[in-house]
Write a protein that binds this ligand. Structure first.
Ligand SMILES: Cc1ncc(COP(=O)(O)O)c(C=O)c1O
Length: 462
């Protein structure tokens, strides 16, 4: 029987190898199959299980935490965050209920540091950690829904949405996770009313919002979902203007800043997300630009009391008489992983300046790729590079459907093992997205990405 020492040392060796070869390991594996074996009655022991795992699947573990994984918006894991994540499992403390460990206290401290990082007033916002920005959007919308009910004298958590007042959410480019949240909590996707955009962008037109809210019936409870960085166009809504419109019409303002809120950490970019401090709720991701491991997100709200009311009273066995937050009432889960610890360690280890360096580097790399694309005959930008996302199109040869050609190009790039990109579309044009959000990406990686794109294009013509 292996000892704990030998198992952990073996795991450390595998992890170290993985990290050392992260830039060389294939970025993605497109054809992975399930080994359909049956469960054995007796186990093989932890060390042998680890050997089996690496033999069966190890070669197909991808470098999605590596420098050239540009799909979706995918962060990596810094050494401090990785070490913290190991400690989370070693101590395995439940953060949902306070009173028997420092986990809730560390969470409060880390959440406070995040407010400092994003320049949010400490005393005005509270919140919690979630599984990601989806969870943060969900909890924010739960709070807004409860607020809407209470304004009409109805406790929606108790009575249900059907008993509540009419509610509408106004948004221009809501992320799919926000729409999913509306579906999940019984408001329905159709609760979202589209608001016109500024010119050809994904950003909300504050005048159009004002007009829509003015036309809304008096009894309607209004929630506005604004964006600080849309996932493809990286558009930032004009938050000060939108906040003023929300104040005028007594609407709840939610800001989805999954990755865009990080602009507030960087002085020369902070203007992009100015006004987020006026929001009622803000959703942000940890496993994107903060480069902590999956899964981690967090939200900030001015109305934590409203959110806690929507979660309901604590049963006797959970009420341990602590003054610390009962995160059980601020999140969907009762028992919770100690997600705050990798955040705490990251901010302690690297400080706000460490985060700024990552954001600046990734934006510079996106700009470099954008410049290269702009100079190519076979590629064109679908919009100017604004932050960390490059959205572009491969120009299809005569007679080829642009949508089909771009999908085939994306597959050819992704099969190279050098880069992963994902589909994008902008202004009705099909294309490809490349999002930079990893701390180990270097400017030199951009040259590798450009070569992979050129080679893939050539391979489709040959
Ligand atoms: C703007 C925005 N909101 C929400 C999300 C959902 O985040 P997660 O996948 O971490 O739940 C994303 C993910 O890309 C996003 O870009």
């Amino acid at each position: 029987m292996a000892t704990l020492d030998s198992v952990l040392v073996r795991a450390k060796d595998i992890a170290l190898d993985a990290r050392r070869e992260m830039t060389a390991r294939p970025v993605g594996h497109l054809d992975v199959s399930v080994r359909a074996s049956r469960l054995d009655d007796s186990g093989v022991g932890a060390e042998a299980a680890m050997q089996n795992l690496m033999a069966d699947y190890g070669a197909e573990f991808s470098a999605s935490a590596g420098p050239r994984y540009l799909g979706f918006v995918t962060g990596g894991t810094t050494p401090a965050a990785l070490a913290a994540d190991w400690l989370v499992s070693a101590f395995d403390m439940n953060t949902g209920i306070p009173g028997d460990s420092a986990a809730a206290a560390v969470s409060v401290e880390a959440h406070g540091w995040l407010k400092d990082l994003f320049n949010l007033p400490r005393d005005e916002f509270d919140g919690a950690f979630t599984t990601g920005a989806t969870g943060a959007n969900l909890m924010s919308l739960v709070a807004a829904r409860q607020w809407a009910g209470e304004r009409a004298g109805i406790d929606i958590a108790e009575e249900g949405v059907a008993a509540g007042p009419p509610i509408k959410v106004f948004s221009t480019t809501p992320h799919s996770s926000f729409v999913k949240a509306a579906r999940l909590i019984g408001l329905g996707a159709k609760v979202i009313q589209a608001v016109g955009a500024v010119d050809d962008t994904e950003a909300m037109d504050a005048g159009a919002l004002d007009a829509a809210l003015s036309e809304a019936p008096a009894e309607l409870q209004k929630i506005v979902c604004a964006s600080a960085g849309t996932v493809t166009g990286t558009a930032f809504d004009d938050l000060p203007e939108i906040a003023a419109v929300c104040r005028k019409h007594e609407a709840w303002l939610h800001v989805d800043g999954a990755f865009g809120l990080f602009a507030r950490a960087v002085p020369e970019m902070a203007h992009l997300a100015a006004g987020a401090e006026l929001a009622d709720s803000i959703a942000v991701d940890g496993h994107k630009w903060l480069n902590v491991p999956y899964d981690c997100g967090f939200y900030f709200t001015r109305h934590i009391d409203v959110l806690e009311r929507s979660s309901g009273p604590l049963p006797v066995y959970l009420d341990v008489g602590s003054d610390l937050p009962y995160y059980v009432n601020r999140s969907t889960e009762m028992s919770q992983r100690f997600r705050a610890l990798p955040v705490w360690m990251t901010l302690k280890a690297y400080g706000a300046e460490g985060v700024r360096e990552i954001v600046r580097a990734n934006c510079r790399q996106a700009a470099l790729l954008g410049d290269w694309i702009d100079a190519q005959e076979h590629f064109r930008l679908l919009l100017p590079v604004g932050l960390n996302v490059v959205c572009f199109q491969a120009v299809a040869p005569q007679g080829c459907d642009p949508g089909d050609f771009n999908i085939r190009l994306m597959e050819a790039v992704n099969r190279s093992g050098k880069v992963i990109v994902t589909p994008g579309a902008y202004g009705g044009q099909p294309g490809i997205r490349a999002a930079f959000s990893n701390w180990i990406t270097r400017d030199e990686d951009v040259a590798v990405i450009c070569t992979a794109l050129s080679d893939a294009y050539a391979s489709l013509l040959s």
